[in-house]
Write a protein of this length. Structure first.
Length: 460
């Protein structure tokens, strides 16, 4: 595939799942409403029939979720807990909105997560446990709770907690861009070190992908006054909320919606000293020694989901599930194109990509796979007329090296490429018990010879 065509395909694939700031569009599509209904516990189809409908604002949260039991209405300029001044929005999820606030008592910026009403956020006790571990290696790349409290509002009582803020997530800053090779190595090492710390405390992260890996702000960030912050990053991206029926808003919904702020540099502009990350969103995390999490309950994004989650749905998951997702994250950090992508493909097509690139899956999994006949015959060979995806080595050349060569962002030499491909192979073993542990990954040839050196340079 010519380089220009490859790049256009890559841009389209990444754009398919990328949220960005845009102007308001027409009213919210019915398919989007139904999609959220299946994901959010307080949101069911019966309730949808009586909830107000709002003009859709692209990049904002699902506005009908501002209802009893749902989101707490927060606006720019609000003050929470008598000290946290809301400056801008950092993001949202099915269970919370996240705001950049300025602490009037400590005179610093924080990320404040405001949960849906009456919820018990899973990650709060996990962050407490992780934060009690002192200065263990990797602990500085995990959020530490700064404050916890609740707020009362028209939709109920909402749990809130504050952590240090981050500038952006790696998915957004690397969208259609590459990190310099030394930066990519440093990020991969720190991510692995952070996950090793989480595993050492007995927890599985459970939802590891670039959207949950954040770029840490430097200490000088807190030196900015609010006026200086506005001058540097601009005014909030705010849009008026209106109902589709023209009726007045109720107190349950904010008068304005805010599209999340983007503060991070783009990947190609990162220096080695910008390679500081934070592993976030522990809402899917669990403690295998005291809690059973079945494969069918895995909510990791499909492109990063380990195969045992769908081929062994009734089997407990554990630390190796994170290792599979970590391998995909490392690939995404060093590459322009994803290793496996569902952007334009069905879930069965993603499974086909996995087999084409990694080789045959276990025989019992292959027999369980109902959609296999669309891609393979009963001997496991590609059906006539189907062009297989390239194997791992060729995918590395196509998705990593060729783009790095073209953009002048540094290519991996033959020796390093071999070490990295060997690491991917051992992390992406089909059988969970055959994958490396995170500690073994840190001791691998690629980590010890190349990645750790650049990580240490990033700390100087």
């Amino acid at each position: 595939m010519p380089g220009v065509v490859r790049r256009l395909f890559c841009l389209a694939a990444r754009r398919a799942s990328h949220l960005r700031r845009t102007r308001p569009a027409c009213s919210e599509p019915e398919s989007l409403v139904i999609g959220f209904a299946s994901r959010v516990a307080f949101h069911n189809l019966a309730a949808l029939s009586v909830k107000p409908r709002y003009q859709w604002i692209d990049g904002a949260e699902h506005l009908p979720n501002y209802s009893p039991g749902g989101y707490h209405p927060v606006e720019i300029g609000s003050v929470l807990h008598d000290r946290y001044h809301v400056i801008d929005k950092l993001g949202y999820g099915g269970w919370s909105t996240v705001w950049l606030v300025h602490d009037a008592q400590q005179m610093r910026y924080l990320a404040l997560k405001v949960g849906i009403a009456e919820s018990l956020p899973r990650e709060m006790p996990i962050l407490r446990a992780l934060g009690a571990c002192g200065d263990a290696p990797g602990s500085d790349a995990v959020p530490h709770l700064v404050d916890e409290f609740t707020v009362e509002g028209p939709n109920g009582t909402h749990p809130c907690y504050a952590t240090v803020p981050a500038l952006a997530n790696l998915r957004d800053v690397s969208f259609s861009r590459l990190f310099r090779i030394d930066v990519a190595r440093a990020l991969c090492y720190e991510l692995t070190l952070a996950l090793a710390f989480v595993h050492s405390r007995g927890f599985v992260h459970g939802d590891l992908h670039l959207g949950n890996i954040l770029v840490r702000a430097r200490d000088s960030f807190n030196d900015l006054t609010v006026a200086q912050f506005r001058h540097k990053f601009g005014e909030p991206d705010v849009y008026k909320v209106t109902r589709t029926d023209g009726e007045a808003l109720t107190p349950n919904v904010p008068g304005t919606a805010v599209v999340a702020l983007e503060m991070g540099k783009k990947a190609q502009d990162f220096s080695i000293h910008d390679a500081r990350l934070m592993l976030s969103d522990f809402g899917e995390s669990f403690h295998p020694a005291s809690e059973v999490r079945l494969g069918q309950d895995c909510h990791t994004v499909f492109d990063s989901r380990p195969p045992e989650a769908y081929f062994e749905p009734d089997a407990p998951m554990s630390f190796p599930s994170d290792v599979w997702s970590l391998a995909i994250a490392i690939w995404d950090i060093v590459a322009m194109q994803p290793l496996f992508s569902s952007a334009f493909y069905s879930s069965d097509a993603v499974r086909c990509q996995i087999v084409d690139q990694l080789g045959p899956m276990p025989a019992e999994w292959f027999q369980k796979w109902l959609g296999r006949s669309n891609f393979f015959d009963e001997r496991g060979q590609p059906i006539d007329g189907r062009r297989p995806w390239p194997g791992m080595a060729q995918a590395f050349e196509n998705c990593v090296q060729s783009f790095r060569r073209q953009d002048g962002m540094g290519v991996f030499c033959d020796e390093e490429s071999a070490a990295l491909l060997d690491l991917f192979k051992k992390m992406l073993a089909y059988r969970p018990e055959q994958r490396l542990s995170v500690q073994q990954i840190l001791q691998s040839e690629w980590m010890c010879t190349w990645a750790r050196r650049d990580y240490e340079q990033s700390r100087r």
